[in-house]
Design a binder for this molecule. Structure first.
Ligand code: DAH
Length: 336
């Protein structure tokens, strides 16, 4: 009898491993524990046993019954839980960790929204640009020394990677004429050595207004208002004369370094100021070349350093994080 019971338990234990579905579970239960099972037969034979055997086998049968039942249930539960894990349930909410906008995208949107509110069009231009639009139309003819101001990536096809967003000034004037108010956020390229504040690929935001009676006070007003909106506070700014062939007069608009609060750090090259936005009055030659009469119209333009602006706003001290694709950097700007 003992040998038979041992075999029974071994067989049941082996078979329990193949429980995958509810059907398997019910079948194996009925086979080993049901009314017609071997174990039931043994149990009903108890009544014909001697008192001594009854005492010996009664508890043993019960224990086997309980153990097998627990074993089958256990295998069954594991099987269905495992199944649940690989079941595709489209109603489960998506993973918490969504992507976020790039800091430059956030700042670009903020500024273009501000400018749109005061009537600026938002335009785009090609990143692969012609010599004409990148230089000639901006009053930088071939062999002009001002070409050396921007280290250019020249392409095999004679075109170049635009070194600034200013070429869109000429494209916009050709297309829309005057008066015009437009801005252009975009990526630009320069053959620069990389350090904490220089990248070879960065972002600018060009702005231009051409109308009657425009003066430099208009550009100062627009720039100050915009900086106040972006930084949610009055940021200190200063104007210095600056030279750019496509504006006359030209200026450099600097803002106090928000990383060191003007005390001096590697990002501002210890000066306490960040060159943020060169600007000026559009050169009459530039107007003329794009078909706008400089006798009738004047205009201002600015070329905001968008990447710098994002560094100031988010107190990012090293420009190299922007293009790194490093999620530890990008995850900090959890805005969608
Ligand atoms: N395009 C110039 C640069 O990248 C910046 C610039 C200067 C843009 C003066 C302007 C401007 O619109 O008026 O260096």
């Amino acid at each position: 009898m003992k040998e038979e019971l041992k075999n029974l338990v071994e067989m049941a234990t082996e078979e329990a491993k193949s429980i995958k579905t509810e059907n398997d579970y019910l079948n194996i239960k009925s086979k080993y524990l049901g009314k017609k099972s071997k174990l039931s037969e043994y149990m009903s034979s108890l009544k014909d046993m001697t008192v001594e055997d009854k005492k010996k086998y009664g508890p043993l049968f019960n224990k086997i019954k309980n153990d097998l039942e627990a074993l089958f249930t256990n295998y069954y539960e594991n099987a269905i839980n495992g199944e649940e894990k690989i079941t595709f349930d489209p109603t489960i909410p998506a993973d918490e960790k969504n992507g976020s906008l790039h800091p430059v995208t956030i700042v670009a949107k903020e500024i273009t929204d501000i400018l749109k509110n005061i009537g600026f069009m938002v335009l785009e231009g090609p990143e692969m640009e012609s010599d004409y639009y990148n230089f000639v139309a901006l009053n930088v003819p071939k062999n002009h020394p001002a070409r050396d101001m921007q280290d250019t990536y020249w392409l095999d096809n004679g075109a170049l990677l635009r070194t600034h967003t200013s070429p869109v000034q000429a494209r916009a004037m050709e297309k829309y004429g005057a008066p015009i108010k437009m801005c252009v956020p975009g990526r630009v390229f320069r053959n620069e050595d990389l350090d904490a504040s220089h990248e070879n690929t960065f972002f600018q935001l060009e702005g231009m207004v051409i109308d009657k009676n425009i003066s430099i006070s208009n550009v100062i007003y627009v720039m100050k208002g915009m900086l106040r909106e972006v930084f949610k506070q009055d940021v200190e700014v200063r104007l210095r004369p600056g030279f750019f062939p496509f504006v006359e007069p030209g200026f450099e608009l600097d803002c106090s370094c928000t990383i060191c609060n003007g005390k001096g750090c590697p990002t501002c090259k210890n000066s306490g100021w960040i060159e943020l936005c060169p600007c000026g009055m559009v050169h009459p030659e530039v107007l003329k070349m794009s078909g706008v009469d400089p006798e009738e119209y004047t205009g201002f333009a600015f070329g905001l350093g968008l990447t710098r602006m994002a560094m100031m706003k988010y107190k990012i001290s090293d420009i190299r994080g922007f293009n790194s694709g490093d999620l530890r950097f990008l995850d900090q700007f959890n805005v969608r």
